[in-house]
Design a protein around this ligand. Structure first.
Ligand code: GAP
Length: 444
């Protein structure tokens, strides 16, 4: 499969099968904005649940929270984003399109559009990525606010609230999932670089010393890598990359990215682990004039903790999971496409079919089994449209791990149902009594 081609195939599958649609499409769309369809929201939800389970629910030292998207402009002045959250922008002197100056592939793409003319560019200027809006009912009472450029600041501004309400013992963390907004100069590559996207993050607060910093940093790097692998990636398709000092974000003392080997542009950032030291809490203490220090009861010390951050994009994980799972093969002499998703991520866990639509006894038995499975596995689908081959093809393309067919032997001979495995296409006959435990075991 050609590399470029794979991305086009994913975009097309996402639209055809109800995963992702261009935002406000019937009005011509909006660059860098996408809407998620019925299977898309399920897959996203499963990725987020996996994050929440591993980074929050299964931990004793981490709290979850959900901060607001809108924050006053002063938060972003304190965090440094108003001045420093920028990308270099250049404008094409022929058509006046503006693009990012630090992305050679974007520049080359644009220059190739002007075929015969030689493109010249304006000098780069810094362009701030924060999205602004206003709140308030009248001109004199409106307040300038920003849609958060990273979900992180919602956690830092609540640091004191968490101390006062939860009395945590250091080290401890606060995890969050939510939307972030960036006025990206050149949104591109489908879900990879959007203007509205979702992040999953952990801010882990630690004692402020180098030894503890190094230890925790290594621990969270390994934790994040293992988590990302758990989405179903081949190990050779993920790698670490350390940020050069000139590309570090203004808040980071050190930063490492987990990168995915994409078919559309080679190695690209999937997830970041950042050593933010005391940048955020110190700045918010100073700007808000609120004491954001931590008092350690055991050592009787008061200090501003350091922060080790894990930060990943939900949409980027979604895209990379699809790119990794997309498979073409030949089955029964026919070409087919299937998504090799792990059962924990698959939007639909099981599909149930009556062999024939016009045989009420098959349909009612299939409905009965469908209802029972739905109670146990949640997202289970009933399908009696078209022939069985077509139903399998549809479920293969949305990544359903198991399809169950109720046929005449189920009813007349009590011989159980057939269970078809998505990856091999092989069918097994399983008794109705064993069906639950059989599927449960397979889903782990
Ligand atoms: N709080 C730290 C932070 O926001 P970042 O590297 O700017 O760090 C973290 O973003 C993650 O968010 C990235 O690794 C990526 O997965 C995702 N992300 C960032 N910008 C994005 C965009 N424009 N579209 C989609 N995902 C994005």
């Amino acid at each position: 499969m050609e590399k470029e081609n794979k991305m086009e195939k994913i975009v097309s599958l996402c639209k055809r099968r109800g995963f992702v649609f261009p935002g406000s499409e019937i009005y011509g769309g909006l660059a860098g904005i996408y809407d998620y369809g019925p299977y898309g929201v399920e897959l996203r939800q499963n990725i987020k649940q996996y994050f929440w389970d591993k980074f929050i629910s299964e931990r004793e030292d981490i709290y979850g929270m959900g901060a607001a998207i809108l924050m006053p402009a002063c938060v972003w002045e304190a965090s440094g984003h108003t001045k420093l959250f920028t990308d270099p922008l250049v404008e094409c002197k022929i058509c006046h399109e503006r693009v990012r100056a630090d992305q050679p592939e974007v520049i080359a793409d644009h220059e190739s559009k002007h075929k015969k003319e030689k493109v010249t560019w304006t000098e780069p200027v810094t362009f701030n990525l924060l999205v602004e809006t206003k709140l308030g009912a009248s001109e004199n009472t409106t307040t300038k606010v920003n849609l958060r450029g990273e979900i992180t600041q919602g956690v830092h501004v609540n640091f004191k609230n968490i101390l006062d309400s939860m009395h945590p013992k250091i080290p401890f963390g606060i995890g969050q999932i939510g939307k972030a907004f960036r006025n990206e100069i050149t949104p591109r590559d489908f879900l990879f670089r959007q203007r509205e996207f979702e992040q999953m993050e952990l801010q882990y607060y630690i004692k402020p010393n180098d030894e503890e910093g190094d230890r925790q940093y290594e621990y969270w790097k390994q934790f994040a890598f293992d988590w990302y692998l758990g989405l179903g990636f081949k190990k050779e398709n993920l790698r670490w990359r350390k940020h050069d000092s000139d590309e570090l974000a203004h808040y980071a003392k050190d930063a490492w990215d987990i990168e995915y080997n994409t078919p559309f542009a080679g190695w690209k950032e999937a997830w970041g682990v950042h050593h933010r030291k005391d940048w955020d809490l110190k700045r918010h203490s100073e700007y808000s004039k609120t004491d954001l220090s931590y008092y350690n009861e055991e050592t009787k010390e008061r200090f501003i903790p350091w922060d080790i951050e894990c930060s990943g994009g939900v949409d980027r994980a979604f895209l990379f999971v699809l790119l990794e799972a997309y498979t073409e093969d030949e089955l029964g002499g026919e070409n087919r496409i299937y998504l090799k998703l792990s059962p924990k991520l698959a939007p639909i866990k099981v599909a149930v079919f009556p062999l024939l639509k016009n045989k009420p006894e098959l349909v009612s038995k299939a409905k009965e089994i469908y209802q029972k499975l739905k109670k146990e596995f949640g997202t289970v689908e009933f399908d009696d449209n078209g022939n069985i081959g077509k139903r399998y093809r549809r479920q293969d393309e949305i990544g359903t791990p198991y399809c169950i067919t109720i046929d005449f032997d189920t009813i007349e001979k009590g011989e159980g149902v057939t269970v078809r495995d998505r990856d091999t296409g092989k069918q097994e006959r399983i008794s109705e009594n064993d069906l639950f435990s059989y599927l449960k075991e397979k889903m782990i």
